[in-house]
Design a protein around this ligand. Structure first.
Ligand SMILES: [Zn+2]
Length: 141
C-alpha cells in the first residue's frame, strides 16, 4: 500500500510499505497515513483489422485494461470523431486518431466487396419494400 510521512525528515513524501502490524502502528501513532492507490490508466491501442469472412476492413481499438474493444466499419470519411468509450473508467472517451483513419482509408480502397447470400436477400427485401412503398404513395397522388 501507499503511505505518506506526516512528520520527520521525509514529511510529505509518499512511499510504499507492506501491510503489517508495524505499518498499522505508525498509522495509529499518526506518523504516517495511508494514501489511496493511483487509479489505473487505460491505454488505447489502435489498428486496422480485416474480417475473415466479409473480407472488409475495420478500425479496431483495444483497451490495455481489457474493458472492451472498439470496432468501426463504414466509410472512412465518417470515422472522424468516432470515440471509444471505456467501460473501465481508466480513460476519457478516445477519438480514432487521424493516422489510423488514413491507414483505414488506404486499406479500404483495396477492398473488394463480397456480398453473402444473407446480405443479398436483405437488399432484395429492402428493394421490394421500397418499391411497394413507392407504389402506395403513387396511388395517393
Ligand atoms: Zn478501458
Amino acid at each position: 500500500m501507499r503511505v505518506k510521512f506526516l512528520s520527520g525528515p521525509r514529511k510529505g513524501e509518499i512511499t510504499h510499505a507492506p501491510r503489517s502490524q508495524e505499518t498499522d502502528l505508525l498509522i495509529n501513532a499518526g506518523l504516517i497515513e495511508r494514501v489511496p492507490d493511483e487509479p489505473a490508466v487505460a491505454k488505447t491501442t489502435w489498428g486496422i483489422g480485416k474480417g475473415a469472412n466479409s473480407q472488409q476492413y475495420f478500425i479496431l481499438g483495444t483497451c490495455s485494461l481489457g474493458c472492451g474493444t472498439f470496432r468501426y466499419v463504414g466509410p472512412s470519411k465518417n470515422a472522424k470523431g468516432q470515440k471509444f468509450f471505456h467501460q473501465c473508467g481508466g480513460s476519457m472517451p478516445v477519438e480514432v486518431p487521424a493516422e489510423v483513419i488514413e491507414q483505414y482509408r488506404i486499406a479500404k480502397r483495396e477492398e473488394k466487396l463480397v456480398i453473402g447470400v444473407d446480405e443479398l436477400n436483405f437488399y432484395a427485401e429492402v428493394h421490394m419494400r421500397y418499391a411497394h412503398e413507392t407504389k402506395v404513395d403513387s396511388k395517393k397522388n
